[in-house]
Write a protein that binds this ligand. Structure first.
Ligand SMILES: Cc1ncc(COP(=O)(O)O)c(C=O)c1O
Length: 460
């Protein structure tokens, strides 16, 4: 197309394809790069839930920037909001100085917090979820005078030192010494693979009692922590929604003991789970809410919601150059207004139930689908070995190898999915929240195609 600006450095006649770009990327970038290893493409175009690669192949994108692109790719209103900033004369970046746009964004975001945000203040941090987690942990320590943190197995909070310290996944931790001290991990409820080997409601009760006992027990060996940090629906950990009664008791116990409850809504927030925030499923109010990803409408932004009585910061005690990205506030504001104004949570909740029903039907034909779970458009499909012996809870062993093969076959079929959970055995959906039912049907077709291409035989 003549009106498109060529933005690559390659010669226009070079016919660069995926392989050209991937080879150059491998030459330019560190070994740390991860997604291109499983999704070997160079993206040239993106619209809604669809992306096109340098070989002109189209994919249904059910990853959406790890859930960042709540309205999908290049939503016209989001693009227009960028244009508006560019032509308004506003600066692009302001440290933490205010502007009329920041003022409007702050007022609107606060209005979405519990009780319309009356009890909360905002803190803009550096724009990654991990930095917001760092700020939340530091603030909890400062506000309480305590130093420990309780985190949960399977939790994911980011890759900076503090955030990694409270993250469950051992793989990125193995070679990094000197995690932050006094982090105590506790088991997180898992509806399929109960960490206590009990299962069902009894398991939720036992986990809840265990948590309460640890906090109350003067022989627990765990000093009273500054904070408890958790995701109300674990994302990277394999899409595990926390039962409401467990969350409610954690809220009650932390409140009684003056321990700050930090809820990380970086992935599950902003209508993703069928409520505006995932903690709303339990009707609780966190002391600190960690927000990133969708809050910036696709551009980098991270914000904390802090209960006013815990705003213990001294000026400048957590700073960061990039706290004032005006474009991200514009795209964030537009995104939040669409999500709220069009009641996208309700649509997402209905679609999630419908999709889980369809996947449950597929599970009957393909027993390698061990468990389907999640809320709204945060869905996980756990892949298992149905020909091996079940454990005492009746679950087959997880099959990370087949899950990896399925991701590959999905990719070949034009479907982008992301694995997560222990050994990557859970295939996860985090599509645009504007995905239509018709597009979800395409997902189901492609997923079934991938199962067959991976050599999985249907049983009926
Ligand atoms: C729940 C949760 N918290 C924190 C983070 C870290 O965010 P970032 O990658 O922007 O540092 C993530 C990233 O996936 C996340 O899912």
């Amino acid at each position: 197309m003549t009106d498109k600006v060529r933005i690559d450095s390659l010669d226009a006649t070079s016919n660069a394809n995926n392989q050209t770009y991937l080879a150059r990327q491998a030459e330019f970038e560190s070994n740390v790069r991860s997604y291109p290893r499983k999704l070997p493409l160079a993206i040239t175009q993106a619209k809604g839930v669809w992306i096109t690669d340098a070989d002109q192949k189209e994919y249904l994108d059910c990853l959406a920037g790890a859930g960042t692109l709540a309205l999908g790719h290049n939503h016209p209103d989001v693009l227009q909001s960028i244009q508006n900033v560019i032509t308004s004369g506003l600066p692009l970046h302001t440290l933490d100085l205010t502007t009329p746009l920041k003022d409007a964004f702050s007022e609107y975001l606060l209005s979405l917090l519990p009780d319309k945000g009356k009890e909360y203040k905002l803190q803009f941090t550096s724009p990654s979820g991990a930095d917001a987690v760092e700020a939340a942990i530091k603030l909890a320590k400062k506000a309480t005078g305590h130093s420990g943190v309780i985190a949960f197995s399977g939790g994911y909070h980011g890759m900076t030192h503090g955030a990694l310290s409270v993250t469950g996944n051992l793989s990125p931790k193995e070679a990094v010494n000197g995690m932050i001290p006094e982090v105590q991990f506790m088991p997180y409820p898992n509806l399929y693979r109960c960490p206590l080997g009990i299962g069902g409601d009894a398991s939720v009760k036992a986990l809840t009692d265990y948590f309460e006992n640890l906090i109350n027990d003067v022989e627990s060996g765990v000093r009273k922590p500054a904070a408890v940090i958790l995701e109300a629906v674990q994302g990277e950990g394999g899409v595990n929604p926390a039962p409401a009664e467990w969350l409610q008791r954690i809220r009650k116990v932390t409140e009684e003991h003056g321990i700050l409850l930090i809820i990380d809504e970086v992935q599950a927030g902003f209508a993703r789970t069928g409520k505006f925030f995932a903690f709303e499923h339990a009707g609780i109010q966190p002391d600190i809410i960690v927000m990133s990803k969708a809050v910036g409408g696709g551009l980098p932004l991270a914000v904390l919601g802090i209960k006013k009585q815990f705003d213990a910061w001294e000026p400048g005690h957590h700073t960061g150059t990039f706290r004032g990205n005006q474009l991200a506030m514009a795209t964030g504001l537009t995104t939040l207004k669409i999500l709220k104004g069009q009641n996208i949570s309700e649509k997402v909740a209905q679609q999630g139930e419908w999709l889980k029903g369809k996947l449950a039907e597929m599970q009957k034909r393909f027993p390698v689908i061990g468990h389907v779970r999640g809320l709204g458009l945060m869905i996980g499909i756990e892949i298992v070995k149905p020909n091996e012996a079940k454990d005492q809870l009746g679950c087959y062993p997880a099959d990370g190898d087949l899950s990896a093969l399925l991701q590959k076959k999905c990719f070949e079929a034009g479907l982008i999915l992301e694995p997560g959970g222990r050994h990557g055995c859970v295939l996860r959906l985090l599509p645009s929240l504007l995905i239509t039912n018709q597009e979800l049907e395409v997902f189901l077709d492609k997923f079934e195609q991938a199962l067959l291409a991976a050599g999985v035989k249907p049983v009926v």
